[in-house]
Design a binder for this molecule. Sequence first.
Ligand code: UD1
Length: 349
Amino acid sequence: MTHVLVTGGAGFIGTHVVTALLGASHHVTILDSGHPGAHRTPLPDHLAGAPLNRADLTDRTAVAGALSGVDVVIHQAAMVGLGVDLDDLPEYVRCNDLGTAVLLAEMARAGVGRLVLAGSMVVYGEGAYACPEHGPVRPAARTVADLAAGRFEPACPICGAAVRPGLVGEDAALDPRSVYAATKVAQEHLTAAWARQTGATVVALRYHNVYGPGMPRDTPYSGVAAIFRSALEAGRAPRVFEDGGQRRDFVHVRDVAAANLAALVATGTRTGWRAYNIASGRPATVGEMAAELARAAGGPSPVVTGEFRLGDVRHVVASPRRAETELGFKAAVGLADGVTEFASAPLRG
Ligand code: UD1
């Protein structure tokens, strides 16, 4: 039995991780601040039988106390999403980067040397692309003029030709395109530096688009699946931005929890820092996701609006092969089954 501290253990993904850990007979402690961006009601003292410390990660004393007797930390606590506006910037950095820095310092002091980091595919920026003429290329961020004219597909940065999207692997260059993405890159760099300096082990899981029961309702911080699901619950049609052809890998939250269990095992056998895509391996367009969800919910059909958001990328589709070969993790929930369940599952908040 391993004693695991789960930061953000009262959140959407954290709750599923805690349930999976308890199901595998681990000893679990939760540290969660109950951040108002993610929680609309006060947190309880216990969750699924695990003690819950209500404290912010930047509170050194509370973090030190929560680490007592812990073997491994699963670090889920973070502020996610695109946010409201740049007024959010300091809070993203405080929660995601200062919080991680305090956690790492206290782990080093307590001699806890095994960490699973909840990372994100947002670190890649745009996914992988190839130009017919120039081979693998990294398209620049799409301009407002292009997006407003309905030119949603990124172009070759050398010749401007249409590029073909491919699978993004873990060794792709990091290219964060939003404040949130920049804070997730910083988490990776901080944990890598910590691992090098202390000889500790970090398994960084780059989640793709997680969905499933307990997802937060529609907020400026929610992913698209929660936004569509909330609209359908209110009897409104999901609003699909751009032309709906943007591709993502929607991975079910129970698969993500299983990936965390596999990563926990790996922190006991590996050394150093290593990143893994956590994806279903079966990508879909956002338009397909909306249609599937509307069908499963028996709600109004999606509307493709042509709207766009700055900071959004066009296609991010991953290769899940490294997680499969090195962690033994393979997603088990198919999109049709997962979406059917999600259509009637409770949301949080
Ligand atoms: C998302 C999350 C990120 C998370 C990552 C991996 C945001 C901004 N990003 O990235 O936190 O780490 O997945 O799990 O939350 N869209 C619509 N209609 C809407 C809202 C969005 O069509 O009402 C479109 C967007 O334009 C975009 C796509 O859906 O093309 C995905 O949006 P979203 O889930 O917000 O962001 P990701 O970039 O996929």
